[in-house]
Design a protein around this ligand. Structure first.
Ligand code: NDP
Ligand code: 5RP
Length: 470
């Protein structure tokens, strides 16, 4: 085989599938994994004329065309730094390292600057789509030097998912922008998944439907405006039988982990002063789900509310409409964070294009995303996605169902933190009074923090009197 177009390090789920995807698209791919046995297994299982396994790093690097393009698909965090240090003495000026893992964007900014000083071009590339996406077309979010991007553009675009012949891959911005966009994508993914889980609780415990019926409901919804990858796989999951009888879903422990991207999104939003309460609620629910002993104790001690569930004929439709309204808020929150990040990190983020590359390949791919692209194409300075005409009409048409469903869940004692936070977000924006005048007064009372007045400009302090004995 002549010189290889690109080398991929990391032959686990993502790396092996991306490498095969590249090979399918005619690129010559060098494959390498720290544990050689894994490379051997991948190569033996997937013989491909364009893919070759390497069992030591110098030979792997020696096989690559200059400037070398080395893609890292390994565990995020320290392993990436360790590997960069191992690669550095073996690379030349102008070579390109592409980190396709879920690296923290601040690490990517640090690595980008560090490697720039050493003459190496570094790209932090968000990739979403899981195993299937990696193999047949993920959504790709490249961040790094715009000048160097053309060196990797054709490979990334070719292997990405496509919608109407458009690649779901677009240059995002400098240094950590690609990984930032992927991080928030995952935050939205958390909120989307949490909403669907709460929907399941409502259908099961208020509606009283069994798994097969819930599968049908999700499948039915997947034919309409809620059409999305996550709703589609949810329908499949509920339809899946267990060999031991019943459905697998009932055999799975009610406790979910996380690798960090959702939590990073929440922390980042708090730092920037952006309310992404639904994403944070989704993170917190996973955290709470892990407190299995504590939950058991609470189940034994906290009384279950006694409530007569009144199911009307419109219940399923009310849940569907609530899900749609709440989903709008989840995306509005995520895209508000993009808007703030663009200013904070000096990235020219194109929100419409970001939504467009999420239309296929990634975990949050949905019908809905073309509406977001349309909203930003009509007004690229949209303050908040909620204010787009289409989304606002949906919020207004669906909010009474959202209120009804949340009340039912609260009265039944079902936890619906994502739904509730969606409504809180709507009401906090909508309500003429939010109560912050009292907060200002309290801060001024105890700390002379001053306050603003409604009747004149400026800042004021008041000498508050003690009217009552404390
Ligand atoms: N799985 C998914 O659905 C998705 C994953 N991602 C991200 O893509 C990246 C790869 O994910 P995935 O394929 O799931 O693999 P894992 O995150 O499970 O990582 C396993 C790979 O990392 C390698 N590795 C670990 N430590 C080191 C090290 N110190 N030096 C060199 N290699 C090391 C392993 O090599 P070895 O075999 O020798 O241990 C193996 O190839 C991760 O950043 C992940 O967060 C992104 C989108 C989706
Ligand atoms: O990036 C991904 C999907 O887009 C990965 O599947 C990621 O692992 C999901 O996050 P978590 O493991 O925290 O649920």
């Amino acid at each position: 085989m002549s010189q290889m177009d690109i080398g991929v390090i990391g032959m686990a789920v993502m790396g092996s599938n991306l490498a095969l995807n590249m090979a399918d698209h005619g690129f010559k791919v060098a494959a390498y994994n720290r544990t050689a046995e894994i490379t051997k297994t991948v190569i033996e299982k997937n013989t491909h004329e364009n893919m070759r396994g390497f069992y030591n790093l110098p030979e792997f690097l020696g096989s690559l065309q200059r400037p070398r393009k080395v893609m890292l698909m390994i565990k995020a965090g320290k392993p990436v730094d360790l590997l960069i240090e191992e690669l550095l003495p073996q690379l030349n000026n102008g070579d390109i390292i592409i980190d396709g893992g879920n690296s923290f964007f601040q690490d990517t900014i640090r690595r980008f600057n560090y490697l720039k000083e050493k003459g190496i071009n570094y790209f932090g590339v968000g990739i979403s789509g899981g195993e299937k996406g990696a193999r047949f077309g993920p959504s790709i979010m490249p961040g790094g030097s715009k000048e160097i991007y053309p060196h990797i553009q054709s490979i990334l675009e070719a292997i990405s998912a496509h919608v109407d012949n458009e690649p779901c891959c677009t240059y995002i911005g400098e240094n950590g922008a690609g990984h930032y966009v992927k991080m928030v994508h995952n935050g939205i993914e958390y909120a989307d998944m949490q909403l669907i889980s709460e929907t399941y609780l409502l259908l099961r415990h208020v509606g009283g439907y069994d798994n097969k019926k819930i599968a049908e409901i999700f499948n039915d919804w997947n034919q309409g405006e809620l059409h999305s990858y996550l709703i589609g796989i949810t329908a499949d999951i509920f339809a899946e039988d267990d060999t031991a009888g019943g459905q697998i879903i009932d055999k799975i422990v009610d406790s979910a982990g996380q690798k960090g991207t959702g939590r990073w999104t929440s922390i980042e939003a708090l730092k920037q002063g952006i309310d992404i309460s639904m994403i944070t609620a989704a993170c917190n629910t996973r955290v709470l789900s892990n407190l299995r002993a504590e939950r058991k104790l609470a189940q034994q001690q906290i009384d279950t509310p006694v409530y007569k569930k009144e199911l009307d004929n419109d219940f399923i439709e009310a849940v569907r409409k609530s899900l749609y309204a709440a989903k709008i808020i989840a995306y509005a929150q995520g895209f508000s964070l993009y808007r703030s990040a663009g200013k904070e990190y000096n990235w020219q983020l194109d929100y419409g294009k970001i939504a467009a590359i999420f239309r296929a390949g990634c975990i949050i791919q949905a019908e809905f995303l073309s509406k977001i692209t349309k909203a930003y194409s009509q007004n690229k300075n949209l303050e908040n996605l909620m204010f787009d005409k289409f989304f606002m009409e949906n919020i207004n048409n669906n909010q009474s169902d959202l209120r009804k469903i949340i009340c039912t869940a609260v009265n039944t004692g079902l936890p619906v933190p994502a739904f509730s936070n969606a409504l809180q977000y709507i009401d906090a924006h909508r309500s003429p009074q939010i109560g912050a005048n009292l907060i200002q007064a309290q801060r001024d009372y105890f700390g002379a923090h001053t306050f603003e007045r409604v009747d004149k400009g400026g800042v004021f302090h008041h000498e508050w009197s003690e009217h009552y004995k404390k």
